[in-house]
Design a protein around this ligand. Structure first.
Ligand SMILES: Cc1ncc(COP(=O)(O)O)c(C=O)c1O
Length: 470
């Protein structure tokens, strides 16, 4: 095994072409559509990409969550799924696989990441509490705020500027964290979170050195440290390849060190669990675990299956073994950068450096003639669909611009995220995306903004309907 790895890695380094480290064994057809068909589909969808029928999409980059392809060995593991209500062997397979990487004392399976968040924040949150994070993901923020607690983002300054290069742009601002904990104290801060990689900040990694710094501050103030671990393997790969002194360590070793620095974690297995559904909450504290399990039984299910079928637990267990493969991670991170770097060379503005799971196009920079309240991100996302059938996701003023008091203001950035599902598209799909994005970018001056004709009171990006401006 070692000898075969030794041959494959230099080969990848010497040649430029990215080889997917898998062969395709089962295929899903993509329905090839014409521009006219897409024009009709997007009009019927109220110019909202979430409203499209997925059969009308050629390359679906809406999200990397739960959209990846499972391996032969995951499908085989599914056949071992045991649906016993309590004590299923599939639960023990899942527990062993999680413990292999994250040996927390208590592991609580949930149907996805936000269920773990909901349970944890219901126990530790509440009015008067504050939860710091490098950047809260939207469901994390929503679950914190739902309890009446405050969600505070403390990413380093570099992480707030799309064009700034920094190897670990997801790092926590340590002096600000220290000051916040000194001001509020452990009674008002029930946990510090670190999201790896920092999805809402462009899929940017957090360094081991920064995590050790967060640990030291948390220990000094007596506050537990939690990971939002969705993309832990991608983060570990960035540590291995970018952080001084880490190149000689295995990804598994790095992941274990990351886990050992924390007191618990929430996880969506739809990302680096390589599964289509699933998640978990893990904690070391016995009393906290008991309170969380009581809620789990109310909302998810018995503690040995949570919100999952036995077969899902098996798929995750196998996925966790595969995600730390260095051949896989090299391909994953290189192929995401391949898309972003090609667009950068073509003059398309993107968040830099390219993150682990997605490329973020800077629509505000590309469409300076479309004011933020005419939604440049939406205009760009719709154009990519119309011209090439590519579905991305607006992350900007549509998503964040409407406030609970009914006012509207521009978001900090207007981005279009092209998220790459795991092991799903080939390099020629990516080359196609590069061609389409370049074509649209060269004609960006012709794109017009949108107005919203109908929107719900909250989370409007999912269901709002738009009309193009003349
Ligand atoms: C960083 C981060 N945290 C939490 C979640 C929530 O996970 P789920 O979609 O499984 O509820 C996501 C999902 O995209 C995420 O990216």
């Amino acid at each position: 095994m070692t000898a075969r790895r030794g041959v494959s890695s230099p080969a990848m380094e010497r040649w430029q072409t990215i080889i997917e480290p898998f062969r395709i064994h089962s295929v899903e057809p993509i329905r090839i559509t014409t521009r006219d068909e897409r024009a009709l589909a997007i009009e019927e969808a109220g110019y909202n990409l979430f409203n499209l029928h997925a059969d009308d999409v050629l390359v679906d980059l809406l999200t990397d969550s739960g959209t990846g392809a499972m391996s032969r060995d995951q499908w085989a593991a599914i056949q071992h799924g045991d649906e016993s209500y309590a004590g299923s062997p599939s639960w023990y397979a899942f527990l062993d696989a999680v413990h292999e990487l994250f040996p927390f004392r208590h592991v609580i399976p949930t149907h996805q990441g936000r269920a773990a968040e909901k349970i944890l924040f219901s126990v530790i949150g509440g009015p008067g509490m504050t939860i710091p994070n490098n950047t809260h993901f939207d469901t994390t923020r929503a679950n914190v705020e739902f309890t009446g607690a405050a969600a505070v983002d403390l990413v380093i300054e570099e992480g707030r500027h799309p064009e700034v290069e920094h190897p670990f742009k997801g790092n926590m601002d340590l002096p600000r964290l220290d000051a916040l904990l000194a001001e509020l104290g452990p009674t008002n801060v029930p946990a510090v979170f670190v999201t790896i990689t920092n999805n809402s900040g462009g899929g940017q990694p957090v360094s081991l050195e920064n995590l050790r710094g967060v640990r030291e501050i948390c220990t000094r103030h007596g506050v537990p440290l939690f990971l939002d671990g969705c993309r832990f393997a991608e983060n570990a790969w960035f540590i291995k390849t970018r952080e001084p002194g880490q190149a000689g360590r295995s990804v598994t070793e790095i992941v274990r060190e990351i886990g050992a620095l924390a007191d618990g974690m929430t996880m969506s297995a739809k990302k680096d669990g390589m599964a289509n559904i699933g998640g978990w909450l893990a904690v070391n504290d016995d009393r906290l675990a008991e309170q969380c399990r009581n809620l789990l039984i109310l909302t998810e299910g018995f503690p040995t299956y949570g919100g999952l079928a036995g077969r899902d637990l098996e798929a995750i267990a196998q996925g966790l073994r595969e995600v730390v493969s260095e051949d896989y991670l090299r391909y994953r991170i290189t192929s995401t950068a391949y898309l972003g770097d090609a667009l950068g060379r073509a003059g398309v503005p993107t968040v830099r450096p390219i993150g682990g799971h997605a490329v973020y196009l800077d629509a505000r920079a590309l469409l300076p003639h479309v004011p933020p309240l005419q939604y440049p991100g939406q205009a760009l996302a719709v154009a990519l669909y119309l011209e090439g059938g590519i579905r991305g996701c607006e992350i900007g003023t549509v998503m964040f611009g409407r406030h609970p008091d009914g006012t509207e203001s521009p978001a900090a950035m207007d981005l279009v995220r092209l998220a790459i599902p795991r092991r799903t598209y080939t390099q020629s799909h990516v080359d196609y995306c590069i061609e389409v994005v370049r074509w649209v970018a060269e004609r960006a001056a012709d794109l017009r903004g949108y107005r919203i004709v109908d929107e719900p009171p909250a989370l409007r990006h999912f269901t709002a309907r738009f009309a193009p401006l003349a």
